[in-house]
Design a protein around this ligand. Sequence first.
Ligand SMILES: CC(C)(COP(=O)(O)OP(=O)(O)OC[C@H]1O[C@@H](n2cnc3c(N)ncnc32)[C@H](O)[C@@H]1OP(=O)(O)O)[C@@H](O)C(=O)NCCC(=O)NCCS
Length: 262
Amino acid sequence: MVTIMIREANNSDKSPILNFCKNTFSWGDYIQYVWNYWLAEGNLFVIEKKQPVGICHAIFSKNQVWVEGIRINPDNHRQGLASKLVHHVESIAKEKQISFSYMLIDIENSSSLEMAKNLNYKIYETWNFYSILPQITHGHNIEFGQIPHTKKITHYVKSWRWLVLDEKSLIQLYKQNKIIVANNSGDTSIAILTDSEHFANTLIVTLFSGSEKNTLELISYIQNYCAEKKYHKIQILTREKISFTNSIEHKITFNLMRKSLN
Ligand SMILES: CC(C)(COP(=O)(O)OP(=O)(O)OC[C@H]1O[C@@H](n2cnc3c(N)ncnc32)[C@H](O)[C@@H]1OP(=O)(O)O)[C@@H](O)C(=O)NCCC(=O)NCCS
């Protein structure tokens, strides 16, 4: 019988793992770009069956664990390996008295959604990923401000992780002028701006879209901000569907999956 083992990844795992993380999705994969960061961050787990056959990365923060980058060598699918990796992460989270586990899954990734459902994850929220291009624009009516108390915002996106937006993070973002608000006519729109930690010149925007007019103000401001600051990419994550402007391109819709560990 072949022994299955889960351990922390090391440098020598990079090549055998990247060998099967090239054409994972129609657009390729991103593991090769984040491998070094994830290794340095820790909690990059490898599942081994004589040789490394799968990975996943975990971030334990506050009351949640974020599970990302689950990959199993296609030769070893349907052997329960991804489930073992996720259980491993969940058991560490439980030791740390963490209450929730989260993962993000493309709504078209049926095998991954099935796996998550099998592990008792439920759809918590659905998020849309859009991109816009940096561009010089004029006359924006926005403010740097705090999030109005009427808006119930629990998470913001940092490097593609949905992190808890508690008072401490809120104050930090506010002080760094990372919260922009458009409150001109109709429901307020809010955007939280963060720099990608893994990709250069990439701005990640968590958008809470209110009225069309307010959202257009924010989009226009962000395009101009990025043109001036020489960003190359702007990635917008929002729960709302933005269909009222051509300057925004829909990329993927994701389910944010959650499981209670209590
Ligand atoms: C999704 C993925 C991680 C699953 O890995 P795996 O080791 O094959 O999954 P498991 O063997 O633990 O599967 C557990 C359950 O998930 C479901 N499942 C997994 N793959 C499935 C598939 N292709 N079709 C339908 N259900 C599937 C089944 O219910 C399965 O239980 P069963 O085999 O007893 O029926 C793997 O297919 C993979 O690496 N895909 C490409 C990368 C990816 O999509 N990663 C997730 C990004 S969020």
